[in-house]
Design a protein around this ligand. Sequence first.
Ligand code: UD1
Length: 340
Amino acid sequence: MNKILVTGGAGYIGSHTIIELIENTNYTPISIDNFSRSHKSTLNRIKKLTNKDVLNYEVNLCDLEDVESVFKENTDIVGVIHFAAFKSVPESVSDPILYYDNNINSLLNILKCCDKYGVNNFIFSSSCSIYGNVEKLPVTENSPIGIPESPYGHTKIVGEEIIKNFVKTTSIKAMPLRYFNPVGAHISGLNGENSLDKPNNLVPFITQSAAGILGELTVFGNDYDTRDGSCIRDYVHVTDIANAHILALKHLIESSTSSSYAILNLGTGTGITVLEAIDSFKKVSGIDLKFKIGEKREGDVAAIYSDSSKAKELLGWECKYNIDDMMQSAWKWQQQLLKK
Ligand code: UD1
């Protein structure tokens, strides 16, 4: 059976994508993850949900020889989904070299191996953060790239450029997918975001604050030029994001062109304010979550949401889950973490 190599398979989006690969395709996923930013236990959760063991290589993607040995051992890899990367915006600001070194070298190594071992289908995790402060909403793939807010965001811009140039000289077909705000957990509540650090993102902050692990939630600013003064984002369920990868992969594998490069936005197309997100959480959890209004967070854009019509046209991708599903699954996941 043909294999799909998922880098960062124990990570948040990587693990959900492995679950969908097992459940909805005939491909066998294998993973490279050295657990530098993830937990080994995620692989056990995948097993619990799918009844399948996933072969994982505990390899540092910056080590070319080790990465090559994975390709040598698995000559039946037909596609790569490259998730593995450091992703903390503040950490990248305080240690930019760490971010350039890790995120760029790992990408180069995996591309070199794809080329050398004839793996022609490549999907890259990109981010809507590359658009920066947008003037026109919704954002399409043709919206201008903004000035990178952080070294993390810059590694995504550079990553896309590297891949774009790389496909011109090889037979690789590639798709960078620009995620908006992936949130939520597997709908069973049995797999979810399990970051090693204190969360900075809204949804894990909400669920951990409600669980009493973190203090009171602060809403960063309520005087933006939006319908209720709080920022607008395009939250998209992690399983919908995972499914987009499956469709993208099938599209690449089945397309007959010798090389291609297409960027796709992945968002629901609906902007939700921070206060609306909190209301949704309150509704589905039945918890009267307390919060305070604080200062604006540096680097935040007032509003961003996606025009995802290209993903719909090209892949037939549609989101199944709404903000209530996202909050409910995230809360289920948080509650089952508490049981341990
Ligand atoms: C962040 C990252 C972005 C990444 C994305 C992935 C930053 C600056 N950007 O985007 O690079 O691609 O996550 O999901 O970190 N908020 C609060 N209180 C909180 C936390 C957040 O009010 O405690 C607000 C923020 O001001 C923002 C919204 O919630 O308006 C979403 O924030 P967050 O989840 O951190 O995502 P982004 O900043 O959109």
